[in-house]
Design a binder for this molecule. Structure first.
Ligand code: SAM
Length: 374
């Protein structure tokens, strides 16, 4: 499938062009129903003035949290836009690498497509399996990291799909449950693992990483200007007693960076720790490298990012692999790009509509980029 027109020109906010939402059955990936992997091979190591919604949005690194569909689990972002670029129809098969509450998968399934999905959070999988069980063998949910997408697809007998969607970051549910340790507003263990079976928790990092490493994490992943002062304060505090709770850390950061702006002072530190604990940038890089091999010619890659580091990585990857020619000062002329794998569907990232941003503050920092495998 090659889209001859830019779907954004046609995209209405209430529905996607050419997309049939009618429920339908198709010949799905046979034998995939109810597939549950008992082991966890993909985790091993393949590896103030603001509103409550705003604060919760900040906690998720710009992602907010609203009750809504999926029993308040998570409100999907840019659903219509994702469907418009992926163009699901009966017979087409998609990989959803961030299943979460199952909203994007559901939209694809409702259009008649087959979906193979993964999430590293077993709780999300359980929720989405229950929500989407009515689609029978058109829906397969796997526990794993999307950085192992090629191996996961192979495990269910699929080599290439018609589209891939990645909706990065954490779900509303993960932020809302204090015990998961993502929230600087709710007292819970300093955990932040999307996959509770992963070895590194935020508490381990906060209590065991050296000062320079902590400062690097806060600076690199949180763009926190007071990174070194905060790292110093942590090292001093933990010399007396381990820092085990989210609110302990939030108060410690507040003691270094008093409240003043619209955001809670711990916003960037929590985002940075979450990214480090879940190795988010590396996982994304690994996943991007596999998209080429996992997409059929004409297949579409759609990625929603929520902060500038992720978006930059996606933008640069897609640019590098969509430019027709490459040039170097020492060459007499530009040469064809031997690694041209994509054609951009979105020259600039697509933002959620104003009405979506109003209805769901979490969506405000979202950016969708999409490209077709050539
Ligand atoms: C923003 S939510 C996705 C919401 C989903 N698209 C929906 O419509 O309900 C992100 C989900 O992706 C999962 N996740 C994030 N990074 C992941 C990774 N590297 N591998 C697998 N799952 C990941 C999180 O556990 C979370 O459940």
């Amino acid at each position: 499938m090659i889209l001859s027109v830019n779907p954004w020109l046609e995209l209405g906010r209430t529905g996607a062009p050419g997309v049939n939402y009618a429920m339908g059955r198709s010949t799905g990936a046979a034998g995939m129903e109810g597939l549950v992997l008992s082991a966890d091979p993909w985790q091993a190591d393949w590896s103030g003035p603001e509103s409550a919604d705003d604060r919760r949005a900040d906690e998720a690194g710009g992602e907010s949290v609203q009750d809504g569909e999926a029993g308040g689990y998570h409100v999907s972002v840019m659903l219509d836009e994702v469907v418009a670029v992926l163009q699901p129809t009966p017979g087409r098969c998609f990989f959803d690498g961030t299943l979460g509450g199952g909203g994007h998968s559901e939209a694809l399934l409702r259009a008649g497509a087959t979906v193979i999905a993964c999430d590293q959070d077993p709780e999300a999988l359980a929720h989405a399996r229950a929500r989407l069980s009515r689609f029978g063998d058109r829906f397969t949910a796997l526990h794993g990291n999307f950085s192992a997408m090629q191996a996961m697809l192979a495990s269910v007998g699929v080599t290439q799909v018609d589209g891939i969607v990645l909706d990065l970051g954490v779900s509303s549910r993960q932020i809302d449950v204090a015990e998961r340790g993502f929230s600087f507003q709710k007292d819970g263990p300093l955990d932040m693992r999307m996959n509770p079976g992963a070895p590194l928790s935020a508490a381990t990092l906060v209590n065991e990483a050296d000062e320079a490493e902590l400062a690097r994490i806060f600076w690199e992943y949180g763009e926190e200007r007071a990174s070194r002062r905060i790292a110093r304060a942590i090292v001093e505090a933990r010399a007396a007693r381990r820092i085990e709770r989210t609110l302990e850390l939030a108060r410690l950061v507040e003691s270094v960076l008093p409240r003043g702006g619209a955001k809670h002072p711990a916003t960037r530190v929590f985002q940075a720790l979450r990214m480090a604990v879940n190795d988010e940038m590396l996982r994304l890089e690994e996943a991007l490298g596999q998209t080429v091999g996992c997409l059929k010619p004409g297949g579409v890659l759609a990625i929603i990012t929520f902060h500038s580091l992720e978006d930059r990585m996606v933008k640069q990857y897609l640019r590098r692999h969509s430019e027709k020619t490459i040039d170097r000062p020492e060459w007499p002329e530009a040469r064809p790009n031997p690694e041209r794998y994509f054609e951009l569907l979105t020259k600039k990232p697509v933002a959620p509509s104003v009405s979506e941003q109003e209805a769901n503050p979490r969506s405000r920092s979202a950016k969708l980029r999409a490209a077709i495998r050539v």
